[in-house]
Design a binder for this molecule. Structure first.
Ligand SMILES: *[C@@H]1O[C@H](CO)[C@@H](O)[C@H](O)[C@H]1NC(C)=O
Length: 324
């Protein structure tokens, strides 16, 4: 589907100049003196995100104690986060460093493709992780037989395939649009909505397809996550002993924090109607789900999780005994 051009479009293209580049205005375009500071801040964020997530992936793969479905999902989430931030931050850092704000139209659409696919995959994966916690806490006796290696693999592959499939459709529709007018995008990455606004073709079909597909990518995973947590919390509240209650809840409270951050910011950006005040905060809220959640995920999971901390100590000890 990519690269096909309808006759209608050819006609459109011949009497209009097509725009080859977009200008990404970035996070703050009015204060050039802030750019070096922002560059350093985002460089640090990128470094922490990569280091934290890589560490988590290595721990999950290397430590046999972490070879359980929950940590496999966590390791896969970290792999996802590494790719996810890499679709946005390196490009943003490059702009902050060099002041180069233009991005080719194809590059822009490609950025959206990877960002959107990975974001959808993240929705599914977060839902899978809460379903896993639901089975572990509400159906503890059947957990090991239900959540076996086969199902794990299916759920993970399913998440990636659904995320990429729906965004392949959206992006191939986006590729057919022509751009001939203004080319400034008031954002720090090529999100779909600001790009559609610049198109001079009819965007109704893309918008409708996006609405349907994006709802399919977010609403069922969100509801699954919500229902899982309602069941988890009601089960935990029925436990008589306070200690057991805390233990049961500690395994999923980190996950609940991550999920709330991610969905909360997405909700603010994409669903709450844009008023004047919100418009200015729009980019700031976008920072949460694009850049901050991938950085916070490994921190939240490892700092609040005894098993991850123990695995870290074990591997540090093993590593240092090998060197010394
Ligand atoms: C991702 O999930 C698969 C299937 O459960 C597992 O074998 C693999 O080790 C996981 N990857 C990471 C990095 O955790």
């Amino acid at each position: 589907m990519l690269g096909t051009t309808s006759p209608w479009q050819l006609q459109n293209r011949t009497n209009q100049t097509t725009i080859a580049n977009f200008i990404l205005l970035g996070l703050v375009d009015h204060y050039p003196e802030l750019q070096p500071l922002l560059f350093l801040a985002f460089l640090a964020i990128y470094f922490i995100t990569m280091a934290g997530n890589l560490l988590l992936v290595v721990l999950v793969l290397a430590d046999l104690h972490l070879h359980t479905p929950m940590y496999f999902f966590l390791g896969n989430l970290s792999c996802l986060e590494i790719c996810y931030t890499s679709t946005i931050l390196p490009r943003m850092l490059f702009s902050l460093l060099t002041g180069e704000r233009s991005i080719s139209a194809n590059g822009c659409i490609a950025q959206y493709y990877f960002f959107g696919s990975l974001a959808s995959t993240e929705c599914y994966l977060l839902a899978v992780m809460s379903y896993d916690r639901y089975l572990a806490i509400c159906k503890p006796l059947r957990y090991t037989s239900l959540m076996n290696g086969r199902l794990c693999l299916w759920l993970i592959c399913g998440s990636w395939i659904s995320g990429f499939l729906s965004n392949t459709i959206i992006t191939s529709l986006e590729f057919q649009l022509s751009f001939c007018g203004p080319n400034e995008i008031d954002h720090f990455f090529c999100d779909l909505a600001p790009v559609l606004k610049l198109s001079c073709s009819d965007t109704h079909v893309v918008e409708l397809a996006t609405l349907i597909l994006a709802s399919m990518d977010t609403i069922p995973p969100f509801l699954l996550t919500l229902i899982s947590y309602v069941c988890i919390i009601s089960t935990v509240l029925q436990i008589k002993s306070k200690v057991a209650q805390q233990k049961a809840f500690s395994t999923c409270s980190s996950h609940l924090i991550v999920v709330s951050l991610f969905y909360g910011s997405i909700f603010l950006v994409y669903i709450v109607p844009e008023t004047e005040t919100l418009k200015r905060l729009h980019k700031m809220f976008s920072l949460f789900y694009t850049i901050l959640t991938p950085m916070l995920n490994p921190l939240i999971y490892s700092l609040r999780n005894r098993e991850v901390k123990e695995a870290l100590f074990r591997s540090v000890r093993k590593f240092s005994s090998r060197i010394l």
